[in-house]
Structure formats: C-alpha cells, structure tokens
Design a protein around this ligand. Structure first.
Ligand code: GLU
Length: 460
C-alpha cells in the first residue's frame, strides 16, 4: 500500500535505560496510528546526553521493537545532527529569542499558550509560570525540548504521540516553534500506566523492562495485545487482537484520558491464550531454551559427514538429558510440551512443569495415597501396576495400549483412582500432572518400572 506522506509519527527514546513497558506502549500506539493511516513510523534515538546514553540500551530498545514486530521506516540519531541544531541555535541567538549565560536559554515571551490535545482536548498554560528555560548546554550540546522541536519540524512529524508525563514540555516546545516561525504538529498525550495500587508503574510493582517480560516467557503476541489495551479499547468487549487486527481497529479517539492499570493477571491470561494458539512445533522451539536454562536438557553439537550432494559436513544439534548421555529426540520433546501446554502460563515455568520427565521426582510417600487407601493397599496397587507393565513389550509401551490394559484392571477396583492415582504419582511425583499412560510412554518401560519399584520401597 502506498505511504500517506501526510502522516508521519515518531518514537523518540533516550537510550539511557532498558526499554520500559510504558515506552513500548507509546511505540505501539505510534506504530498503529502510522500503519492505520498508511503513514511513516520513525525511530529517533535521542542520544544527545553523551554520558547517560549507552549503545547497550539502544540495542535493548531495538531488539525489543524487533521482538514485538514493530518495524520502523526511518532511523535517525540526534548525535549525528549537531550541525542542524547549531544552525537553529545561532538563529535564535541572533534574533535575540535566546541568550547565553553558561548555557543557552530561551527567552520566554510570557504569554498564554493553548493547544488542542487529541486525547485530552484544549490545554491552556500561562507560560510566565515557566520562566526562561534552557535550550542547550552549548552550541554543540542541545537539550531535549529544543532538539525535539527541531527534529519534529525537520522530519515533518505530523502527530506527536507520547506519554502524559511530557504534557508539561509541550507549552515550551510550542513557544520554540513559534519563535522559529513554524507550525507545531498535533499532540496526543497518552494516559499514564499505573500499578494496581494506582500509583505510577515502577519497579516496586515488578518487572518494568520489556526484556524482563521476554525472559519470563511472555510471548510477543501477548505483550502486544496486552499493551494495546493499556489505555485504548475498541469500544466493545473484544479483547483478542493480533497486530494486524489492531492496525485495522486502532484510533486515537478511543484512547482514554484516565490512567491505565497494569494488571499482570490479564497479561498472564493473554499469554495462556497465545500459548494455546501455537503449534506444538513452534511452542517446543520457544520452550527449548527454557529447558536448557533450567538445566534439564543440554544441547550437543556434532558435525556429520554426508556425501557432497547431501551437504558435505553438516552441523548437527541434539539434546541430551542433563547429567546423562541419553539423547532426547525432538519428537519426545514435542510430546512433553504438548502434554503440558494447557498448564503453561509463561515459558519460564516450563522447566518446573516438566522436570519429572527428565529426572526422578522427589515427593512425599503420603502423596501416593488415594482417598483413604491404607499403606498396604497402596503397595498392592503399585505391585499390580508393576506386574501388568512388566508384561508389556517395549514396542507396545504406547499410550493407547497402556490405557487399554491398565483401564481394564482399574475398572475392577470400582474406583479407578485406586490404581491410577498411586501409579501417576509414582511416575510424576506430583498431585497434578498429565495422566500415567502419557507419562509412561514418554519415560519408556525401563524408567517407568524403576519409578514404580521406588514408590513401592518408599511406602513399604
Ligand atoms: N526522549 C524523550 C523521552 O524518551 C522523548 C519524548 C518525546 O516523545 O518527545 O522521554
């Protein structure tokens, strides 16, 4: 679709800290507004503060944008635009609208400044309360308000969409536009993001940087959907929005004035939703780094030689169960992940949830007890499972087969739990887990029998 040259917005982060969720939400809204109107989304790195600006933070911001899928159309660095600022500082100094005294000051004309905020309506300020304000430390070191105005003008920005915390800068910026004889862009100030206690979202409320959410295992789809609803809503009760759908439905008119509450349970809810939407292949790929991180599996690389027609030397990657030499196949990993899919709230939990597939579980013997079973009954039940499973051939150690034979016996108990509960706990060590047939198939015959024997010996 051709770009609409009339609409140009920018996200203008200062790379002085990790990418904050508040900034990420601002970026998202700019991006959505640009795409909705076939306009351009500009990334401007505001790195004029040489001491505090760091490449690592710039990288964090760019990685975050990439992760969220918010591709910019143009990229600028303020640090490379010193000459442009110098020119306009000279102009303001020459015309007497700015003056030097250690630093460069703007001479406040002390007048009423009015602007129409697209979200908040008319905002009026008596600029005399602001006093003269600084524009630059020197000709080569512009400060935020000044550099932002120059760039917004030079980059033909039509809409400045930013956090409400910048409202107090807007009258100053408008005065600078006027002093240079320029038309200011339109302004839209987004509501603050608040913690559940209604105070401004901060570290006290938990993670604030996007990277932390990514590391904790939130999917980017969940993050985008969740952030979109921090201050915007479609006007009905629809909640699930992909990026494309957001582009279609987004409008500045539907942004609320009041603060938006950051509700982590809602984010968890979205995350669960998007985890369920993933194909098993995709979800497994996303989970594997977390399994490695949790020390459950270990990647090993080897080169294998193939005839040249098949690629010659090819780097092969496999996974071993940690602390063993036993390989775990991609197919098995997929089975494990799909069994736990419904339980995963965030990818970082996947290690905890699946641990028992990779190593012998530790649990209290009392967990083996179903309802009012006695120790003797538990041992008898486990003995029975053991002898049934002993007779199953390796090749038959498959869910359907195991289910068929164990269920037949379980039904005879009247209460199936008497057979299935102790067996499931013996295999998983948990009160909640996938069923015993599913676990047994993944563990294979040898480990299954070993775990049952262990449960019998801890009980008797
Ligand atoms: N560099 C400013 C900030 O990160 C930009 C504010 C604006 O969008 O004008 O807060």
């Amino acid at each position: 679709m051709p770009k609409n040259p009339k609409i140009r917005v920018r996200f203008a982060p200062s790379p002085t800290g990790l990418f904050h969720v508040g900034s990420a939400r601002t970026t998202l809204f700019n991006y959505l507004f640009a795409k909705k109107n076939q306009g351009s989304f500009i990334l401007r790195i505001e790195d004029t503060d040489k001491e505090r600006s760091k490449k690592e933070f710039e990288k964090d911001i760019m990685d975050g944008l990439e992760w969220l899928g918010l591709q910019w159309d143009e990229l600028y660095y303020q640090s490379k635009r010193t000459k442009i600022y110098e020119k306009y500082l000279g102009q303001l100094l020459d015309s007497g609208k700015a003056y030097k005294r250690n630093i460069i000051w703007f001479k406040n004309p002390n007048k009423k400044v009015v602007f129409n905020d697209l979200i908040r309506g008319g905002i009026e300020t008596d600029s005399s309360v602001l006093g003269d304000f600084s524009l630059a430390k020197d000709l080569k070191t512009p400060l935020y308000n000044f550099a932002a105005v120059i760039d917004d003008h030079e980059m033909k920005i039509t809409h400045v969409i930013r956090g409400e915390d910048h409202i107090s800068n807007t009258p100053k910026q408008i005065l600078i536009y006027e002093a240079l004889g320029w038309q200011p862009p339109q302004f839209a100030h987004l509501p603050l993001i608040l913690g559940p206690d209604k105070s401004k979202l901060s570290k006290r409320h938990g993670a604030v940087s996007l990277t932390e959410y990514q590391e904790q295992g939130y999917l980017s789809e969940a993050m985008v959907n969740f952030m979109a609803l921090l201050g915007w809503n479609p006007g009905d009760d629809k909640e699930i929005f992909s990026l494309e759908k957001l582009i279609k439905e987004f409008s500045l008119e539907k942004i609320q004035k009041g603060g938006a509450i950051f509700n982590i349970e809602k984010l968890d809810w979205f995350n669960k939703h998007y985890i369920r939407q993933k194909s098993t292949d995709e979800l497994t790929t996303l989970c594997v780094p977390y399994l490695v991180e949790s020390g459950l599996i270990k990647p090993v690389f080897s080169t294998k030689q193939y005839p040249p027609a098949y690629g010659g030397y090819v780097l092969e990657q496999k996974y071993l169960i940690a602390k063993t030499k036993e390989e775990i196949s991609g197919e098995k990993l997929k089975k494990i992940i799909s069994l736990e899919r419904e339980r995963i709230k965030s990818l970082s939990e996947v290690g905890d949830l699946t641990e028992f597939f990779f190593k012998e579980p530790k649990y209290k013997a009392s967990l083996l007890k179903w309802k009012d079973m006695t120790k003797k009954e538990i041992v008898e039940s486990l003995d029975l499972s053991l002898s049934i499973l002993c007779d199953v051939k390796d090749g038959n150690f498959k869910i359907e087969k195991l289910k068929e034979i164990l269920m037949k016996t379980a039904e005879k108990f009247g209460d199936r739990g008497k057979l299935l509960w102790p067996l499931r706990v013996a295999l998983s060590g948990r009160d909640k887990s996938p069923g015993p047939f599913e676990i047994a198939e993944i563990l294979g015959k040898e480990k299954t029998l070993k775990r049952i024997k262990k449960a019998i010996s801890t009980t008797s």
